[in-house]
Design a protein around this ligand. Structure first.
Ligand SMILES: N[C@@H](CCC(=O)N[C@@H](CS)C(=O)NCC(=O)O)C(=O)O
Length: 199
């Protein structure tokens, strides 16, 4: 399997963390890819032009990180990151919150990179507010982050790591002691510690 990846993408990080947690890291060849490069051939793999994209040995390409993570989770016999039964929906809900933080953060970041005259303060504020509300929910529901590791915790950890990378000035830890403590502890896991994005 070949993973089209960029080292700073939180979605890619989640896929790499999933590969490590599932023991499949050695089977995933990493292909550095800049989705923003004019020369990139990424759209030939993923017409949406986004990383991550996972090229399988039979030629099929999987994209959108939740699909890739669930695929990797289907390939091993250990404890599942996408549990069945009652634990499934809380795990997927956490994952959706984490992915949503990333979506809002990237929307906001991309707007800050537009020419000044094209930027929208309202749009950036809307994304910032969504990020803050999602972090507030995680603080209020911090107990849900305990327990066996799932795709939910991995996604949230990658999202908070992305806030540290791109929106350090927001100081997401402020007023959120439970989430802060959980993140510091969870970040010791090899799957998270070894995938920290470069500053
Ligand atoms: N929903 C997608 C989001 C992927 C995504 O937005 N990736 C960014 C990098 S962090 C990208 O490749 N952007 C290029 C573009 O939007 O053209 C997923 O979960 O995989």
């Amino acid at each position: 399997m070949k993973l089209r990846y960029s080292a700073t993408s939180p979605y890619v990080r989640k896929v790499l963390a999933t590969a490590i947690e599932t023991g499949l890291d050695g089977q995933v060849e990493r292909v550095p890819t800049d989705p923003w490069s004019a020369e990139t051939d990424l759209p030939a793999s993923n017409p949406l032009g986004k990383v991550p994209a996972l090229e399988l040995d039979d030629g099929m390409v999987l994209f959108d990180s939740p699909v890739i993570c669930e695929y990797l989770d289907s390939l091993h016999g250990g404890a599942k990151l996408h549990p069945d039964g009652a634990a499934r929906w809380p795990a997927l809900r956490l994952a959706a919150i984490g992915d949503g933080i990333c979506d809002a953060a990237i929307n906001r970041l991309l707007d800050t990179r537009r020419p000044d005259t094209l930027q929208s303060a309202d749009w950036q504020q809307r994304q910032k507010a969504a990020m803050a509300r999602a972090c507030d929910l995680l603080e209020a529901e911090a107990a849900a982050l305990d327990g066996p590791v799932t795709i939910g915790q991995l996604t949230v950890a990658c999202a908070l790591g992305y806030l540290d990378l791109r929106f350090d000035a927001d100081q997401w830890r402020q007023g959120r002691p439970k989430l802060t403590a959980w993140f510091e502890a969870f970040s010791q896991r090899p799957s998270i510690a070894s995938t920290t994005p470069p500053k």
